[in-house]
Design a protein around this ligand. Structure first.
Ligand code: ADP
Length: 784
């Protein structure tokens, strides 16, 4: 707002302010408000003290009122009426007329020229220049453009308040030039931005085009797709998380630089190959039909009722919680009891992939967690390797032989395994080789072990132990009949029409050619049997074919002539007989230790836990002339030395009048070597009983066996592997077995068939054994 300019108001606005319709030549005073405010709230302080006067020059048809400003005025007095009209007195402002008209005109012309120049090239430029020609002064131009000025009301007022014409002109000029600069910069910025966008659009369009063309080329010449390109595609398609993708792209870049025969190229290649082959996709949890799962487990494995029951419970829980993994199961039992293969059946029941990772003999942490890539010959750990082999992110993973993990100076693999199995941590398991986290939380882990003794406590705590106590002879028979024999026959290519294996033959193999509590050995025997039979079958089939040819009836003689497969000529089946077994199996019958025929003081039968299950053992003791030395020989020599010392002390205290025998003689204790290496020194009560029998001269019936540790007070303490030991006892023809009282609960795990055959007596003190075997009679015991 300055003098000598045109100001436009809407007619309505004019009417609202002036409270009347506009008429040409109406005289007006225009004031600036300090802030926006409702009329009724205004006071005299609401206005700036200088305003402009003017008159209505035109009221046009389009609803505008044009006001021509003439001069500046001071606001002398202002009053607000109750009807919100305003009364004021004004006086003319002092003007400093320091501007030469010629100079003003020259400045105006220059400004116009500059404006025109800056508007060139814009579509609206032409029209704007037309308007410009209608203006007569810088004031007019500035007022017309003022709505775009980035100036505050205060700054604008300062121009009006300026008394000097010259200075006022300068200020107006400055405002216009500033505006011109700002708009130049923004236009520049806008067009620069536009260019940038265009570049991006163009680039992505070119890239897409290139990808399409490359793909077409790749399809036309798949053999020419370079490794780099292959990895590029694979990385894009693998569905990796951001970190993994970043790392893979980094390695790919290095491979690009190394690709001309750099030494690292092989390693980088292997890395990319590994990570892109891994499945990064999260698999959906599937609803599992429990009865179908039960059927699958039942179909694949005979017996193992409790094991299957526990597995079904686990599946049910996973189903309800919509989880793909649950508690970590640890299957413990002798080899060949079905631990690994039931893991496979679980995968089948869950419709998931199965992978087996063997941990036997693993001693380095790197075997579990991988080597760092800086290490020459670095490889991923076995866990990630297993995941890769499975091809999915949620396999059922059987970790075999966790009890055979070792520790070396290269770290502790058990603690690395702990991390793998910990549901809190395993969703970001970082293999050192991969160097990026991988989510293992959907993997269902199952561990197997022969014994829990060597599993570190923290690892054991994380798992739920399920025992596979081994099979009785009748279990083995059923397993052989239903599962093993059909598998062996199929594998060796013989059929039931070609070879007849009776139940008795199977039983004979079980009893005389195997001595394990699992069925792995049995499976091998059956394989050998079928293999030997296959030779004979081929010979007979060959002979039959020749015969058939001779008779001119060609090959169709044997089987279904309609089938596409060449018909096999029919020959007489081979009936396997007991007396052929030794030759067919190419093995001697195994010698099971069986109960001794005669009883003799100093010899007692014990029970041992062995790698193959259980076995019986004999402890033989003998006094020879001497002076109190003792010798232990046989397989368990070293392990048993302590037990012998305890047993000697106990027997001396129980038979004080016989104690001198130990001083006057040398004692020799021998444990004959059996067919199977025995483990575990749980022979305390056997040793004590043998010595008591020796000193008392009373023999113990050979059909009595015992197992249990003994303390110096004679208390019988618990032992492990009771089911296996009792199975061995029944197999060997034992009738009575003494077991520690504290092991009574373990009897639940012993098959009924075994319990039916044995008289099992639980004892808590060794004197009970001595009484019940007749070494110590009751009256003697009472005196003790
Ligand atoms: P483990 O892992 O306990 O050493 P495996 O699972 O390897 O034993 O079993 C050895 C073989 O015995 C496999 O061929 C398996 O199918 C068979 N097997 C074991 N237990 C049974 C069973 N209860 N029913 C059928 N087959 C069995």
């Amino acid at each position: 707002m300055v003098p000598d300019a045109n100001i436009y108001l809407k007619s309505d606005q004019y009417r609202h302010l002036a409270r009347r319709y506009a008429e040409v030549n109406d005289r007006v005073v225009l004031l600036s408000c300090r802030k926006e405010e409702h009329r009724k709230d205004m006071t005299e302080d609401s206005f700036y003290p200088i305003g402009v006067t003017g008159f209505v020059k035109e009221v046009n048809e389009e609803g505008y009122v044009e006001i021509r400003t003439t001069g500046r005025v001071n606001l002398d007095m202002i009053g607000m009426n109750p009807d919100h009209t305003i009364e004021l007195t004004v006086s003319r402002c002092e003007e400093i007329e320091d501007l030469d008209e010629g100079v003003e005109q020259a400045h105006f012309e220059q400004l116009k020229a500059d404006l025109k120049e800056s508007w060139q090239g814009f579509e609206w430029g032409e029209q704007a220049m037309g308007y410009l020609n209608q203006f007569h002064s810088i004031s007019e131009v500035a007022v017309a453009m003022s709505i775009w000025f980035k100036m505050s009301a205060e700054e604008k007022y300062e121009i009006l308040a300026q008394d000097s014409h010259k200075k006022r002109l300068e200020m107006l000029e400055k405002a216009v030039y500033e505006f011109m600069e700002v708009s130049k910069v923004t236009t520049k910025a806008a067009s620069a931005q536009q260019e940038e966008y265009q570049k991006i659009y163009k680039e992505s369009a070119i890239k897409k085009q290139m990808e399409l063309l490359q793909r077409e080329l790749d399809e036309m010449h798949p053999e020419k797709v370079s490794d780099i390109r292959k990895f590029e595609i694979k990385i894009e398609e693998a569905g990796m998380n951001e970190t993994a993708k970043g790392e893979a792209l980094k390695v790919l870049n290095r491979l690009k630089q190394e690709s001309n025969g750099g030494t690292e190229a092989g390693m980088l290649y292997d890395y990319l190959d590994f990570v892109t082959e891994l499945s990064w996709k999260k698999e959906q949890a599937q609803d599992i039909d429990l009865s179908e799962a039960e059927a699958v487990l039942e179909e694949d494995h005979f017996g193992l009722k409790k094991v299957k029951q526990r597995i079904i419970q686990q599946i049910a829980v996973m189903n309800l919680k919509k989880q793909q993994s649950g508690s970590i199961l640890l299957f413990v039992g002798a080899p060949g009891t079905g631990k690994t293969s039931i893991g496979q059946s679980i995968a089948k029941a869950l419709h998931r992939k199965y992978v087996r990772v063997s941990l036997g003999g693993v001693r380095d942490e790197a075997d579990i967690r991988g080597h760092r890539r800086t290490y020459i010959g670095a490889m991923p750990g076995r866990i990630m390797d297993g995941i890769k082999k499975s091809g999915v992110s949620n396999p059922v993973m059987v970790l075999d032989e966790v009890d055979k993990l070792g520790v070396s100076y290269n770290g502790d693999p058990a603690s690395a395994l702990l991390e793998v199995l910990d549901p809190e941590q395993n969703n970001t398991f970082t293999d050192h080789y991969m160097n990026v986290p991988y989510d293992l939380s959907d993997v269902m882990f199952i561990c197997t072990a022969n014994s829990v003794d060597t599993i570190p406590e923290p690892l054991l705590n994380r798992m739920e132990v399920i025992r596979f106590s081994g099979y009785t002879a009748s279990d083995k028979f059923q397993i052989a009949r239903r599962h093993l024999l059909p598998k062996s026959m199929k594998e060796m290519g013989v059929t039931e029409e070609q070879i007849v294996i009776s139940d008795d033959i199977i039983r004979c193999i079980i009893d005389n050619y195997t001595m394990e509590s699992g069925v792995r050995g049995l499976r091998k025997r059956l394989d050998t049997l079928c293999r030997s039979a296959a030779v004979e079958v081929s010979k007979r089939v060959g002979a039959a074919a020749v015969e058939a040819l001779k008779q001119g009836s060609s090959a169709e003689a044997g089987s279904d002539a309609a089938s596409d497969a060449p018909a096999v000529p029919k020959a007489d089946p081979i009936v396997v007989k007991e007396e052929d077994l030794r030759e067919m199996l190419d093995a001697k019958p195994v010698r099971h230790d069986r109960v001794l025929a005669e009883k003799k003081p100093g010899i007692v039968t014990g029970l041992a836990w062995t790698a193959a299950g259980g076995e019986i053992l004999f402890i033989e003791t003998l006094f020879t002339k001497g002076n109190g030395k003792f010798t232990v020989t046989g397989q368990l020599g070293d392990v048993m030395k302590e037990s012998v010392q305890i047993a000697v002390s106990l027997v001396k205290s129980m038979f004080p009048d016989k104690a001198s025998l130990f001083e006057e003689n040398d004692l020799h204790i021998h444990v004959p070597e059996g067919a199977v290496p025995k483990d575990g020194p749980s022979a305390g009560i056997t040793m004590t009983t043998a010595l008591a029998s020796l000193v008392s001269g009373k023999a113990v019936a050979p059909t009595i066996a015992m197992t249990g540790e003994v303390s110096l007070r004679g208390v019988v303490t618990p032992i492990g592997g009771l089911p296996e030991k009792l199975m061995a006892a029944s197999r060997a023809g034992i009738q009575t077995v003494f077991i520690p009282m504290e092991n009574e609960d373990d009897l639940d795990e012993v098959p009924q068939e075994v319990k039916d055959k044995l008289t099992i007596i639980a004892v808590s003190d060794v004197t009970e054994v001595l009484e019940k075997t007749g070494i110590l009679d009751e009256s003697e015991a009472a005196q003790e």
